[in-house]
Design a protein around this ligand. Sequence first.
Ligand SMILES: NC(=O)c1ccc[n+]([C@@H]2O[C@H](COP(=O)([O-])OP(=O)(O)OC[C@H]3O[C@@H](n4cnc5c(N)ncnc54)[C@H](OP(=O)(O)O)[C@@H]3O)[C@@H](O)[C@H]2O)c1
Length: 241
Amino acid sequence: MTGNDLTGKKVVIIGGTAGIGLAAAQAAAAAGAQVWVAGRSQEHIDNAKALANGAFEVRQADTHNEQELEAIFKEVGTIDHLVSAAVGGERTLKPFLEQTEDQFKAAFDKLWGYGKVVRTGAPYLASDGAITIVSGSPARKVAIGQSPLSCVGAAVENMSRCLAVEMAPIRVNVVSPGTVNTAMFDFMGEQKQANLSAMTANHLIKRAGTSEEVAAGILFVMQNKFVTGTTVDVDGGRLLS
Ligand SMILES: NC(=O)c1ccc[n+]([C@@H]2O[C@H](COP(=O)([O-])OP(=O)(O)OC[C@H]3O[C@@H](n4cnc5c(N)ncnc54)[C@H](OP(=O)(O)O)[C@@H]3O)[C@@H](O)[C@H]2O)c1
């Protein structure tokens, strides 16, 4: 028995107004949970509200703003599942030596934001609650120009393992997407589809993943009460390509 039914469970997804977090919200709501999602921009908030159509709550919060996070956590009360799926920092995709120190440091805003989500949310977690943190395949797959992604991803994964040990029996897991077709790549404009195809051409599964496929990984670690301190890769085999 894994207890797949999330009926009556309260789920908060920071970074849940688009992409992977939004798909996880839809999946959790479909599994019976009461769900709150949060993000920064009004555009994503409006889209998420339209998609939710009342099935889950949508709020405004930045991972770097303790007051905004706390307001949501207070509203929820006791949290069964806290998910952090925000991008949370500016990444400069250039070789390490071509970046300024400030550019390199900026990627670590993801780690500081995730840390704030956990620190602020922890007092509200149920005693059998769980934290799920979204990292990414660059944490364990290096590529030229991706040192910021790799370094912050590795830090996020290790922070999660430390938390799993320190916060047990609260469960803490990482879900690590490969290349997934989300708004994260919208900056590519008309080149987005062609670029995603090129980026995944040598992966074992030769396409970008979907948010729904990664959300299924998030639901797995939320629902299986014997899983903690682990990383679930949903990456089309990128790590082996
Ligand atoms: N897509 C991929 O290929 C891929 C690969 C590896 C790892 N990941 C990781 O997976 C996670 C989800 O990415 P995604 O592809 O779903 O991205 P996405 O489609 O851009 O969605 C990111 C979500 O996080 C919110 N967000 C970003 N910064 C935030 C902040 N500081 N505070 C609160 N919310 C914030 C965004 O809304 P606002 O911008 O309006 O705040 C949005 O709701 C990220 O951690 C990303 O690094 C993605």
